[in-house]
Ligand binder design. Structure first.
Ligand code: ZN
Length: 145
């Protein structure tokens, strides 16, 4: 099924599409509200905002590797924050003007899960802050050391 996974750049995205009922079954209530209904978990409550473990953060819906722990930083926001995605082509960015704010929404391109937002106030070298809900992520810890 993933035999072409090594060809990264020009690869056509293998979209994951499921019905609302299927997502509901697969996800916890909170994961469903965040990823499928564009919700936001309360700050400082998610399981990963203060995690310093090494590994890869995958999309909780489709398992796509999205962020690496080496790009995670303490933003003080109460949500997991990254200055760079593993592969920008795996993310879908969209203007979000809800709640009277102009923000850029971050979604998983493969399954269209809502992940969080990206802000232009991050650290070097990118200056970006990907502010992502813990409920949208699943940490796959590095094995071995
Ligand atoms: Zn996904």
């Amino acid at each position: 099924m993933e035999n072409q996974a090594t060809k990264q750049s020009e690869k056509k995205i293998d979209k994951v599409t499921k019905s609302e009922a299927e997502w509901r079954q697969q996800l916890s209530d909170q994961e469903y509200q965040v990823t499928r209904k564009k919700g936001t978990e309360p700050a400082f409550t998610g399981k990963y905002w203060d995690t310093h473990k090494n590994g890869v953060f995958e999309c909780v819906c489709c398992g796509e590797p999205l962020f690496d722990s080496s790009t995670k930083f303490d933003s003080g926001s109460g949500w997991p924050s990254f200055w760079e995605p593993i592969d920008a082509s795996k993310l879908e960015l969209e203007n979000d003007e809800s709640y009277g704010m102009v923000r850029t929404e971050v979604m998983c391109r493969r399954c269209e899960a809502h992940l969080g937002h990206v802000f232009p106030d991050g650290p070097k070298p990118t200056g970006l802050r990907f502010c992502i809900n813990s409920a949208a992520l699943k940490l796959k810890e590095n094995e071995g050391k």
